[in-house]
Design a protein around this ligand. Structure first.
Ligand code: GLN
Length: 245
Protein backbone atom coordinates (compact mmCIF):
# COMPACT_ATOMS: atom_id res chain seq x y z
CA UNK A 1 0.00 0.00 0.00
CA UNK A 2 3.01 2.30 0.38
CA UNK A 3 2.89 3.32 -3.25
CA UNK A 4 -0.63 4.69 -2.87
CA UNK A 5 -1.14 8.41 -2.42
CA UNK A 6 -4.39 10.19 -1.62
CA UNK A 7 -4.38 13.31 -3.79
CA UNK A 8 -6.74 15.91 -2.36
CA UNK A 9 -7.89 19.11 -4.00
CA UNK A 10 -9.01 21.66 -1.39
CA UNK A 11 -11.44 24.00 -3.11
CA UNK A 12 -11.28 27.62 -1.87
CA UNK A 13 -9.66 26.69 1.47
CA UNK A 14 -9.50 30.34 2.59
CA UNK A 15 -13.02 31.40 1.65
CA UNK A 16 -14.91 28.20 2.48
CA UNK A 17 -13.65 27.36 5.95
CA UNK A 18 -16.30 28.18 8.58
CA UNK A 19 -15.70 26.35 11.88
CA UNK A 20 -12.24 25.46 10.51
CA UNK A 21 -13.85 22.92 8.19
CA UNK A 22 -10.53 22.44 6.39
CA UNK A 23 -9.16 20.84 9.60
CA UNK A 24 -10.78 17.64 8.34
CA UNK A 25 -7.89 17.40 5.90
CA UNK A 26 -5.40 17.17 8.77
CA UNK A 27 -7.17 14.09 10.00
CA UNK A 28 -7.02 12.49 6.56
CA UNK A 29 -3.31 13.28 6.36
CA UNK A 30 -2.64 11.63 9.73
CA UNK A 31 -4.66 8.51 9.08
CA UNK A 32 -3.07 8.07 5.66
CA UNK A 33 0.39 8.58 7.18
CA UNK A 34 -0.22 6.01 9.92
CA UNK A 35 -1.06 3.47 7.27
CA UNK A 36 1.79 4.24 4.89
CA UNK A 37 -0.49 5.91 2.36
CA UNK A 38 0.95 9.09 0.83
CA UNK A 39 -1.01 12.33 1.10
CA UNK A 40 -0.93 15.39 -1.12
CA UNK A 41 -3.12 18.45 -0.92
CA UNK A 42 -3.45 21.07 -3.62
CA UNK A 43 -5.38 24.26 -3.03
CA UNK A 44 -7.62 25.56 -5.80
CA UNK A 45 -8.53 29.21 -5.33
CA UNK A 46 -10.73 31.55 -7.36
CA UNK A 47 -9.59 31.45 -11.00
CA UNK A 48 -7.47 28.29 -10.68
CA UNK A 49 -8.12 25.68 -13.32
CA UNK A 50 -8.22 22.11 -12.00
CA UNK A 51 -6.95 18.97 -13.68
CA UNK A 52 -9.70 16.31 -13.53
CA UNK A 53 -7.16 13.48 -13.47
CA UNK A 54 -4.92 14.88 -10.74
CA UNK A 55 -7.09 14.39 -7.65
CA UNK A 56 -8.82 11.52 -5.86
CA UNK A 57 -10.86 13.65 -3.45
CA UNK A 58 -12.27 17.16 -3.73
CA UNK A 59 -13.05 18.95 -0.49
CA UNK A 60 -15.25 22.03 -0.12
CA UNK A 61 -16.04 23.52 3.29
CA UNK A 62 -18.78 25.82 4.50
CA UNK A 63 -19.01 29.53 3.85
CA UNK A 64 -20.94 32.70 4.52
CA UNK A 65 -23.50 33.66 1.90
CA UNK A 66 -21.19 36.44 0.60
CA UNK A 67 -18.21 34.11 0.06
CA UNK A 68 -20.47 31.46 -1.42
CA UNK A 69 -21.52 33.88 -4.16
CA UNK A 70 -17.88 34.35 -5.23
CA UNK A 71 -17.10 30.64 -5.15
CA UNK A 72 -20.32 29.59 -6.86
CA UNK A 73 -19.64 31.72 -9.92
CA UNK A 74 -16.07 30.48 -10.10
CA UNK A 75 -17.15 26.85 -9.72
CA UNK A 76 -19.53 27.21 -12.62
CA UNK A 77 -17.28 29.34 -14.85
CA UNK A 78 -13.87 27.77 -14.21
CA UNK A 79 -14.14 24.35 -12.55
CA UNK A 80 -17.46 22.79 -13.52
CA UNK A 81 -16.35 20.63 -16.43
CA UNK A 82 -13.26 19.33 -14.68
CA UNK A 83 -15.26 18.44 -11.56
CA UNK A 84 -17.84 16.53 -13.56
CA UNK A 85 -15.07 14.70 -15.45
CA UNK A 86 -13.31 13.80 -12.19
CA UNK A 87 -16.51 12.48 -10.61
CA UNK A 88 -17.33 10.51 -13.76
CA UNK A 89 -14.02 8.68 -13.44
CA UNK A 90 -14.65 7.90 -9.74
CA UNK A 91 -13.14 10.77 -7.75
CA UNK A 92 -14.79 11.43 -4.39
CA UNK A 93 -16.23 14.74 -3.23
CA UNK A 94 -16.91 15.85 0.33
CA UNK A 95 -18.77 19.14 0.59
CA UNK A 96 -19.88 20.69 3.87
CA UNK A 97 -22.76 23.11 4.49
CA UNK A 98 -22.21 26.12 2.20
CA UNK A 99 -20.14 23.81 -0.01
CA UNK A 100 -22.89 21.20 0.03
CA UNK A 101 -25.41 23.80 -1.10
CA UNK A 102 -23.20 24.56 -4.12
CA UNK A 103 -23.16 20.94 -5.29
CA UNK A 104 -26.75 21.22 -6.46
CA UNK A 105 -28.58 23.39 -8.99
CA UNK A 106 -29.06 26.63 -7.10
CA UNK A 107 -29.15 28.47 -3.80
CA UNK A 108 -31.95 31.06 -3.68
CA UNK A 109 -31.19 34.02 -1.47
CA UNK A 110 -34.20 36.34 -1.67
CA UNK A 111 -34.03 37.95 -5.10
CA UNK A 112 -30.69 36.41 -5.87
CA UNK A 113 -30.15 32.93 -7.28
CA UNK A 114 -26.65 31.52 -6.81
CA UNK A 115 -25.81 28.85 -9.38
CA UNK A 116 -24.64 25.41 -8.29
CA UNK A 117 -22.22 23.10 -10.04
CA UNK A 118 -24.91 20.48 -10.71
CA UNK A 119 -23.12 17.36 -9.47
CA UNK A 120 -26.29 16.29 -7.66
CA UNK A 121 -29.98 17.03 -8.00
CA UNK A 122 -30.87 19.42 -5.19
CA UNK A 123 -31.95 22.98 -4.57
CA UNK A 124 -31.52 25.21 -1.56
CA UNK A 125 -33.62 28.18 -0.49
CA UNK A 126 -32.79 30.68 2.23
CA UNK A 127 -36.24 30.62 3.82
CA UNK A 128 -37.67 32.91 6.46
CA UNK A 129 -37.40 31.45 9.90
CA UNK A 130 -34.66 30.60 12.33
CA UNK A 131 -31.30 29.19 11.35
CA UNK A 132 -31.07 25.45 11.89
CA UNK A 133 -28.41 25.18 14.57
CA UNK A 134 -27.24 22.51 16.96
CA UNK A 135 -25.73 19.12 17.47
CA UNK A 136 -26.97 16.46 15.10
CA UNK A 137 -26.77 12.71 14.66
CA UNK A 138 -27.82 10.78 11.58
CA UNK A 139 -28.01 7.13 10.63
CA UNK A 140 -26.07 6.34 7.49
CA UNK A 141 -25.96 3.29 5.26
CA UNK A 142 -23.08 3.55 2.81
CA UNK A 143 -22.09 1.06 0.11
CA UNK A 144 -19.48 -1.42 1.29
CA UNK A 145 -20.28 -1.13 5.00
CA UNK A 146 -21.62 -4.07 6.96
CA UNK A 147 -24.64 -2.13 8.24
CA UNK A 148 -25.91 1.28 9.32
CA UNK A 149 -23.58 3.61 11.22
CA UNK A 150 -24.00 6.91 13.01
CA UNK A 151 -22.49 10.22 11.98
CA UNK A 152 -22.53 12.82 14.74
CA UNK A 153 -21.69 16.49 14.37
CA UNK A 154 -22.89 20.06 14.41
CA UNK A 155 -25.00 22.06 11.96
CA UNK A 156 -25.65 25.78 11.45
CA UNK A 157 -27.43 26.86 8.30
CA UNK A 158 -30.07 29.27 7.11
CA UNK A 159 -30.62 27.44 3.82
CA UNK A 160 -33.17 24.65 3.46
CA UNK A 161 -32.22 21.95 0.98
CA UNK A 162 -34.60 19.78 -1.01
CA UNK A 163 -33.35 16.70 -2.83
CA UNK A 164 -34.64 15.72 -6.27
CA UNK A 165 -36.96 12.71 -6.21
CA UNK A 166 -34.27 10.23 -7.33
CA UNK A 167 -31.54 11.61 -5.10
CA UNK A 168 -30.46 9.73 -2.00
CA UNK A 169 -29.77 11.47 1.31
CA UNK A 170 -26.55 10.81 3.18
CA UNK A 171 -28.60 9.74 6.18
CA UNK A 172 -31.76 9.80 8.24
CA UNK A 173 -31.94 12.35 11.05
CA UNK A 174 -31.87 10.81 14.53
CA UNK A 175 -31.36 14.12 16.35
CA UNK A 176 -31.17 17.64 14.94
CA UNK A 177 -32.58 19.39 11.86
CA UNK A 178 -30.94 18.02 8.70
CA UNK A 179 -31.62 19.29 5.19
CA UNK A 180 -34.73 21.34 5.89
CA UNK A 181 -35.84 20.79 9.48
CA UNK A 182 -38.79 18.53 8.65
CA UNK A 183 -38.08 15.87 6.00
CA UNK A 184 -35.94 13.77 8.33
CA UNK A 185 -33.24 13.65 5.65
CA UNK A 186 -29.68 14.88 5.93
CA UNK A 187 -27.13 15.49 3.21
CA UNK A 188 -26.79 13.78 -0.11
CA UNK A 189 -24.92 10.74 -1.36
CA UNK A 190 -24.54 9.86 -4.98
CA UNK A 191 -21.78 7.32 -5.43
CA UNK A 192 -18.65 8.92 -4.05
CA UNK A 193 -20.16 12.42 -3.96
CA UNK A 194 -21.12 13.38 -0.43
CA UNK A 195 -22.72 16.58 0.81
CA UNK A 196 -23.61 17.25 4.43
CA UNK A 197 -24.57 20.07 6.77
CA UNK A 198 -22.16 18.75 9.42
CA UNK A 199 -19.49 21.31 10.15
CA UNK A 200 -16.09 21.53 11.77
CA UNK A 201 -14.43 18.35 13.00
CA UNK A 202 -16.76 15.97 11.17
CA UNK A 203 -14.00 13.51 10.37
CA UNK A 204 -12.29 13.54 13.81
CA UNK A 205 -15.68 12.79 15.37
CA UNK A 206 -16.43 10.03 12.87
CA UNK A 207 -13.22 8.32 11.81
CA UNK A 208 -15.05 5.35 10.36
CA UNK A 209 -16.43 7.80 7.79
CA UNK A 210 -12.95 9.26 7.11
CA UNK A 211 -11.78 5.72 6.35
CA UNK A 212 -14.75 5.08 4.08
CA UNK A 213 -13.88 8.24 2.15
CA UNK A 214 -10.24 7.26 1.73
CA UNK A 215 -11.21 3.80 0.58
CA UNK A 216 -13.76 5.22 -1.87
CA UNK A 217 -11.43 7.93 -3.19
CA UNK A 218 -8.61 5.44 -3.80
CA UNK A 219 -11.02 2.77 -5.11
CA UNK A 220 -9.46 0.21 -2.76
CA UNK A 221 -11.18 -3.15 -2.79
CA UNK A 222 -9.74 -4.25 0.53
CA UNK A 223 -10.62 -2.43 3.77
CA UNK A 224 -8.00 -0.16 5.30
CA UNK A 225 -5.87 -1.63 8.07
CA UNK A 226 -7.40 -0.96 11.50
CA UNK A 227 -5.78 1.65 13.75
CA UNK A 228 -5.75 2.09 17.49
CA UNK A 229 -8.82 4.34 17.65
CA UNK A 230 -9.44 4.53 21.36
CA UNK A 231 -9.38 8.33 21.48
CA UNK A 232 -11.30 8.59 18.24
CA UNK A 233 -14.01 6.31 19.60
CA UNK A 234 -14.25 8.54 22.66
CA UNK A 235 -14.61 11.60 20.40
CA UNK A 236 -17.41 9.86 18.53
CA UNK A 237 -19.19 8.87 21.75
CA UNK A 238 -18.93 12.43 23.01
CA UNK A 239 -20.39 13.86 19.76
CA UNK A 240 -23.29 11.39 19.92
CA UNK A 241 -23.88 12.28 23.53
CA UNK A 242 -23.86 16.02 22.70
CA UNK A 243 -26.57 15.35 20.11
CA UNK A 244 -28.66 13.53 22.71
CA UNK A 245 -28.07 9.96 21.54
N1 GLN B 1 -24.58 30.42 4.06
C1 GLN B 1 -25.17 29.15 4.20
C2 GLN B 1 -26.40 29.12 5.10
O1 GLN B 1 -26.50 29.84 6.05
C3 GLN B 1 -24.15 28.17 4.70
C4 GLN B 1 -23.56 28.57 6.00
C5 GLN B 1 -22.53 27.66 6.49
O2 GLN B 1 -21.73 27.08 5.73
N2 GLN B 1 -22.53 27.55 7.80
O3 GLN B 1 -27.30 28.34 4.85
Amino acid sequence: MADRTLRVCALYPDLMNIYADRGNLLLLERRCGWRGIGFQVTAAALGDVIDPDAHDLFYLGGGQDRDQVLCAQDLVDVKREALHAAVDRGAAVLAVCGGYQLLGHSYELGEQSIPGVGLVDLRTVRAEGPRLIGNIAIEVDLPGLDGPRVLAGFENHGGRTTLGTDERPLGRVLRGHGNDGHSGLEGVQRGHVIGTYMHGPLLPKNVWFADWLVQAALALDVPLAPLDDELERAAHASARHAAGL
